[in-house]
Design a protein around this ligand. Structure first.
Ligand SMILES: [Zn+2]
Ligand SMILES: [Zn+2]
Length: 78
């Protein structure tokens, strides 16, 4: 038993670190020592913090629906 396993992300390099979040065994290329996370979790953490899809998608959809209803009563003369 010389090698315990390969990086679970690239499966090319030898795994050396364990992600603090998901416990994935990853190589140094796919591990952030500062955060203690694997590349997968690092992307989720950073992406969710910057993009904020839920905050933007919510109000945008509600605004569009409200706009359609507001313009309808105008042209309707029947
Ligand atoms: Zn890797
Ligand atoms: Zn992870």
């Amino acid at each position: 038993m010389s090698v315990s396993g390969l990086c679970q992300i690239c499966e090319a390099k030898e795994g050396r670190f364990t992600c603090d979040n998901c416990g994935a065994f990853v190589c140094e290329d796919h591990y952030d020592r500062t955060e203690g996370l694997c590349a997968d979790c690092l992307r989720l953490v950073r992406g969710g913090d910057e993009d904020r899809p839920g905050g933007r998608d919510g109000p945008d959809t509600a605004d569009g629906e409200d706009d359609v209803g507001d313009g309808d009563p105008g042209p309707v003369s029947d």
